[in-house]
Design a protein around this ligand. Structure first.
Ligand code: SF4
Length: 169
């Protein structure tokens, strides 16, 4: 990987390794969400493929086939999905020309610091299979109008894909 590539290159100029390394592995994009009437609602409910302990997809290579609501993040799609992703997401930040947070694994060396700060869904995500649709509505984490993000600092939302109902993605 090139030295501090995230500061010198656009998303479209990254090589495969750099692209994958940009994901901090927070898992926030793998929480269920609904996008309707110009509003994004994020639930503390994990996509069925998410390994909550590691905040990683259990079948990353086949996720798009197995979860129809999962959408691939690419240099072209990030601008389209940025309103659905957390403000901490490295793809969104590089797209917007913002710096990576100091806890990002590319700066901190590993995920220890971000996990200590609670920037991971491992601390709160609920398996999707355990809740009915009505019960899910009791687990709203955050809600905002498209274009007017309002999320808690540690809030939870492919890895290079975003999991969720109503998403185009
Ligand atoms: S793609 Fe998902 S897991 Fe990766 S940094 Fe963005 S929100 Fe977090």
């Amino acid at each position: 990987m090139r030295d501090r590539f995230w500061e010198h290159y656009s998303l479209g100029e990254l090589n495969r390794r750099e692209w994958e390394a940009l994901c901090d592995g927070c898992g926030q994009c793998c929480l269920k969400r609904r996008v309707a009437d110009g509003e994004v609602t994020v639930y503390s409910v994990a996509c069925e493929l998410l390994d909550i302990d590691t905040a990683r997809c259990r079948d990353y290579a086949n996720r798009l086939h197995r979860v129809p609501t999962c959408h691939e993040l690419t240099p072209v799609s990030v601008p389209r999905y940025q309103d659905r992703l957390p403000g901490t997401c490295a793809y969104v930040r590089v797209h917007r020309g913002q710096p990576l947070p100091s806890w990002h694994p590319l700066l901190a060396g590993d995920r220890t610091r971000m996990r200590r700060k609670g920037i991971t869904v491992s601390h709160y995500a609920i398996p999707s299979g355990t809740l009915s649709r009505r019960q899910k509505e009791r687990h709203v984490m955050s809600r905002w109008s498209v274009g007017k993000r309002q999320q808690p600092a540690t809030a939870p939302h492919s890895r290079r894909s975003t999991a969720n109902s109503g998403r185009e993605r």
